[in-house]
Ligand binder design. Structure first.
Ligand SMILES: C[S@@+](CC[C@H](N)C(=O)[O-])C[C@H]1O[C@@H](n2cnc3c(N)ncnc32)[C@H](O)[C@@H]1O
Length: 323
């Protein structure tokens, strides 16, 4: 999309400052909260917020509130976004300033990953109890079964499989399945659960939802149940999940509607406090899946959480016309 000379000057002015350029480079790697940017840049919150405001006014970045936090990312739809990409592409990959920032960002991400891994290791044995604390679990599972359809499925993939509940829930309708998780403690419990449910053609693998190592179009049903809110880049996880869905196959994403229970972030390692339909629909559309159906399941008690299920299908591959 072409931009006006005023827009170009505004965007170039905004980017032409060392800290703001560093912010653009960081946000090109990952969406980040203001406090995380302050930590990486070694600058105070008022200073960083002022830089972010200028970048947002120029259309280079966009802010999105999430509970009491505010995250920033490079603008997606702004016509000046291409300018940011071009400027960043000109800078040498080993530029010392940006390389130092990238290393600090990796440190922040590693710390987050360690904390999450410790949390899941400590809570694996109690996971089935924790899962049901804030939601109407029976109603959620009934809705998942409805939205999955009767099958039978050739292959179900459960990403972030935890204790294996989705595999045992859907197992009867599937000929084979694979659950993938980063936590070895969770995987051990899931293996036992899947074995005691008699699901012989099901396996549990250690792996990251962002790089599953599974084949394109390998599954006719992919499930991501209560995992996205832990991730720094949930959109990338949706894209990887969608890649696994074969034509006419289905992806089910189960997560929370936007909420403001901040303690889930501080005490239970959630990164995002729920997702809006708009955000989820955009990720699904970008991943090539047709318009999703959604269900909302209200909390079982006051103070609980609304669970959303987004179900989207990959359309059948078009037959090539023979001339
Ligand atoms: C809240 S539990 C949900 C588990 C299961 N889906 C359920 O509903 O019971 C989240 C799971 O996601 C896993 N997880 C978190 N980040 C992951 C990642 N990047 N790749 C794979 N698994 C991940 C955790 O280890 C944990 O088992």
């Amino acid at each position: 999309m072409a931009i006006s000379s005023d827009q170009a000057v505004g965007a170039l002015r905004a980017a032409a400052e060392p800290t703001r350029l560093r912010i653009l480079a960081l946000l090109s790697r990952e969406e980040l909260a203001v406090l995380e940017l302050c930590r990486i840049l070694g600058q105070s919150q008022p200073r960083v917020s002022r830089h972010l405001k200028l970048l947002a006014e120029a259309g280079l970045v966009e802010r999105f509130p999430d509970g009491a936090w505010v995250f920033y990312r490079l603008s997606r739809a702004s016509p000046v976004r291409g300018l940011a990409d071009q400027i960043l592409a000109l800078i040498a990959e080993d530029d010392p300033t940006l390389a130092r920032d990238a290393a600090r960002l990796a440190g922040v991400a590693e710390e987050r990953a360690q904390q999450a891994s410790q949390y899941f290791a400590e809570n694996a044995a109690r996971w089935d109890e924790i899962r049901s604390l804030y939601t109407a679990e029976d109603a959620v599972e009934a809705a998942i079964l409805r939205m999955a359809g009767d099958g039978p499925f050739d292959r179900v993939v459960d990403l972030g499989s935890g204790t294996g509940r989705m595999l045992t829930l859907l197992g009867e309708r599937a000929r084979s399945g694979v659950g993938l998780d980063l936590s070895r403690q969770m995987l051990n419990i899931a293996r036992a659960q899947v074995a005691s449910a008699g699901l012989k053609a099901f396996e549990l693998r250690h792996g990251d939802i962002l790089a599953t190592g599974l084949g394109e179009g390998e599954a006719d049903l992919v499930v991501i149940h209560q995992v996205l809110h832990y991730l720094a880049d949930p959109g990338a996880a949706v894209a990887e999940a969608a890649r696994l869905v074969r034509p006419r196959g289905r992806l089910l994403i189960v997560d929370f509607a936007p909420h403001d229970l901040e303690f889930l972030r501080s005490e239970h390692r959630h990164r995002r406090l729920g997702f809006s339909d708009m955000e989820m629909e955009r990720w699904l559309a970008e991943a090539g899946l047709a318009a999703p159906r959604t269900e909302s399941l209200p909390p079982s008690a006051p103070g609980g959480l609304t669970v959303k299920i987004w179900g989207a299908e990959r359309q059948a591959a078009r037959l090539r016309r023979i001339a």
